[in-house]
Ligand binder design. Sequence first.
Ligand code: UDP
Length: 181
Amino acid sequence: MAEVLGTRVDILPRREIEQKILAYLKAKSEKSYFIVTANAEMCYRAAQDRALQTALNTADLCVPDSIGVRWALRRQGLAAELYPGVELAEWILKQGFSVYVLGAKAEVLQRLNFPNIVSKHHGFFDADAEKSILAEIQRLKPQVILAALGAGKQELWLSRHKNDLKSLLIGVGGAIDVISG
Ligand code: UDP
């Protein structure tokens, strides 16, 4: 196991990351599986924010997302293959599993059309709306929740709700903006 500024990072080939995800989804587990896609800025922020670092380190898998993280690992003599969040999000969307998208602006979500997206909610919600989002997720039981609430915020949110959800949880930052075009 490697660390970048105190954030645990897993060094695995892309194929193995994909196999872990497929194995989790096919097993229909009663527990969530939380994936962080870590870039250097997030590791740097976490080094100064104990709550964020704790949240990141509750991940079941932390995928190196950026050149900065690869550079930091190389300084430790470790060679890591990157899997950028946007590519991982797109790969997951194309697998056909049921997906709930939480985050990004409403007009961006309108342009995001994949047949396996069971529902979407924009990422600018208050505590009341959060309750109905969680209720909808419990009802729909999506296999995957893609959270695009901004780096850090989405990992804090996912880690807070990790034990109440039974999905693959993944923070994907600005990926939804990129994928929806
Ligand atoms: N976002 C959101 N709610 C927020 C803040 C951001 O849904 O309260 C969305 C934003 O619309 C974008 C994504 O999160 O789709 C990434 O946001 P940003 O680029 O600001 O954050 P970064 O991940 O680069 O820190």
